[in-house]
Ligand binder design. Structure first.
Ligand SMILES: *Cc1c(COP(=O)(O)O)cnc(C)c1O
Length: 601
């Protein structure tokens, strides 16, 4: 049997060609996608390419043309695409349900307030009358540039002050419809002095969905009034019944479970029915906030990166519920993540390849581990052997005494067990693919089989370029920009340039929903298990190719358009990547480059 060290040497690209196909590649690297799928594609030669206005550009070519080792590629038509999906889905379903209230979309500026994005929202949103949701003076000032360009709707839901109220008055005077949320008595005092501003009731939902932003909802959440408080405040501020036009409830971002979405929409409906029947009869806009989950991986598995429902389910339920009413309200769509996530791709070059853990070479030719594993015929045998070995290793870590021979064996085990067992596992699974469940259901084997063998250093800073990866452990889909027509070689953790151990991507979700021969389930060089048809696997790193000498090997981190731009951190003063902005003008692709004088490598 070859050990892995030898394997590296005998490895040859031609020799190991298999029936790898682009269809498998698209599944493994998450490129079958309802929003970006037609735009970010794999071309016939295995390059990741962007299609705009009937032309297709390869990401690798663009990076090399401008000589960038790191860049953000912004594909602005993807913003337009998401807006169209929302608008057309709603319109079609409204027709089917006989819903007459209409849709009022608004973009929550906190999701991405940079000029380029706001400008795209403005332009692509023109035909839908897309408005804005803002929560700070800074956002209002940015939006002021557009105040004179034609009226849109503005929902303000930040902390209120006289200053803020005056700016909002300015928008109203230019013809905008301005609705200001009330969250407390403080807000009511300020709004008493600005009688022309329409009022929104920001209500706390009882329901708390799952996910990272569950604390946004529930009665102890930061935002909004309880219905109880509202009813009490109404006694003193009688005008609120007259001025309240909007019911505003937000349950947090990225609600990935359909049952949670349903329960939340039902609650919003209930609050609306109760409030309109109890004095707030002039409420005409219902805003169930954001929360429509973005499919970072579009396989509907019902996990945080892969919601188990779509925009169709979302509006279908909402419209079914609200069309029960005699008088239909206008429904507000206030999602931002779904609209802008797809438009920004971070592309970075692999600048170094390192072993993931210390590689120890034993002095003897074959290791003890190898000899023992030779006799193993089934996954069950393998588990029994591993149990013995772990007991031996465990003894040492408990501080018990070893003989010199035992210590040598233990060291040999620690350094070799991973590679040897992984090799054995791939042999056993190839021979008996149906035993893959035995591996997946055994935490130790699963971890070994999907563990990284390399650490790739990328010319980027996670803190600057995809901060949510460290802040909230956000999953971002990663794909190579080249060689997608080849099987991946290794599973690699992606390290950044900062001195911070948190600057790494070490988790990857593989969910391949097609039949693939067991021969192709493994990486070519380190023999990691990177897929099992129809199963969702969590890998300890990204399946990638080993860059060959002299090759500019780039990695793309997809769907980084929501929340990342404004949260950028300046760790180690590494930030400021150049941007390649792609748009479609009169059916033609247009590419513009913006240098930001970043200091990377
Ligand atoms: C953050 C926020 C949104 C955006 O939600 P996403 O699901 O992330 O798009 C919408 N409305 C309000 C009130 C928010 O605070």
């Amino acid at each position: 049997m070859l050990n892995t060290i030898t394997l590296v040497w005998v490895y040859d690209r031609e020799m190991s060609s298999s029936e790898w196909s682009l269809d498998v590649a698209r599944e493994l690297w998450g490129l079958n996608h309802s929003i970006r799928g037609d735009t970010i594609t794999v071309d016939d030669e295995g390059y990741l390419a962007i299609s705009i206005g009937g032309s297709s550009v390869r990401i690798k070519d663009v990076m090399e043309k401008y000589g960038f080792d790191v860049a953000y590629i912004r594909v602005l038509p993807l913003i337009g695409k998401a807006m169209r999906l929302v608008y057309e889905t709603f319109t079609e379903l409204a027709r089917i349900h006989g819903f007459k209230g209409g849709l009022q979309p608004v973009f929550p500026m906190k999701v991405n307030p940079i000029d380029i994005v706001i400008d795209a929202i403005w332009r692509y949103g023109e035909k839908y009358g897309w408005g804005f949701n803002t929560g700070s003076i800074g956002e209002l000032e940015l939006l002021s540039k557009y105040a004179g360009k034609g009226p849109r709707i503005l929902v303000y839901d930040g902390v209120l002050s006289d200053n803020v109220a005056r700016i909002l008055e300015g928008f109203r005077e230019k013809g905008w419809r301005v609705v200001v949320d009330v969250e407390s008595e403080h807000d009511l005092d300020i709004l008493s002095k600005h009688p022309e501003l329409e009022v929104g009731l920001r209500i706390k939902p009882l329901f708390k969905p799952g996910g990272k932003w569950a604390h946004s909802a529930g009665l102890e959440g930061k935002f909004g009034l309880t219905v109880n408080t509202l009813v009490k405040l109404r006694e003193e501020y009688k005008w609120i019944e007259e001025r309240a036009r909007l019911l505003h409830v937000h349950a947090g971002s990225q609600i990935y479970k359909w049952s949670d979405v349903e329960a939340f929409i039902n609650e919003v409906y209930n609050i609306y029915v109760q409030l309109t029947a109890n004095g707030f009869s002039r409420l005409e806009l219902v805003d169930p906030g954001g929360g429509l989950a973005y499919p970072y991986l579009d396989t509907r598995s019902g996990s945080i990166e892969s919601p188990d429902y779509t925009v169709v389910d979302y509006f279908n339920h909402m419209l079914r519920v609200f069309s029960r009413l005699d008088k239909h309200p206008v429904l507000v769509y206030e999602g931002g993540r779904y609209i802008v996530a797809a438009h920004r791709i971070v592309v970075a070059k692999v600048v170094d390849v390192r072993p993931y853990s210390a590689e120890q070479l034993s002095s003897t030719g074959t290791s003890v581990v190898e000899d023992v594993l030779r006799g193993v015929r089934t996954i069950r045998d393998l588990k029994a052997v591993l149990k013995e070995y772990r007991r031996l290793i465990h003894r040492g870590s408990q501080g018990q005494q070893y003989t010199l021979e035992e210590r040598e064996l233990a060291e040999d085990l620690v350094s070799k067990i991973r590679e040897e067992v992984v090799l054995k596992l791939s042999e056993l699974l190839r021979a008996e693919p149906s035993s893959v469940d035995e591996v997946i259901n055994d935490p130790f084997l699963y971890k070994l089989a999907t563990s990284p063998s390399k650490r790739y250093i990328l010319n980027l800073s996670i803190f600057a370029d995809i901060p949510d990866s460290v802040l909230v452990n956000q999953y971002f889909q990663v794909a190579p920009v080249q060689r997608l027509n080849e099987k991946p070689d290794v599973v690699a953790v992606l390290g950044d340039l900062t001195c911070d151990s948190m600057g790494e991507i070490g988790e990857y979700v593989s969910h391949v929903r097609m039949h693939v021969k067991a021969d192709d389930w493994f990486t070519r060089m380190d023999l990691r298990l990177v897929m099992a048809p129809y199963k969702r696997l969590k890998l300890g790193g990204v399946p990638l190719h080993l860059p060959v000498k002299g090759e500019n090997y780039y990695v793309a981190i997809l769907d980084t358009g929501a929340y990342q731009d404004p949260l950028t951190m300046k760790h180690n003063l590494i930030y400021g990547a150049p941007e390649i902005i792609m748009d479609e003008v009169d059916g033609e692709p247009k590419i513009e480059v913006v240098e930001r004088n970043g200091k990377y490598l």
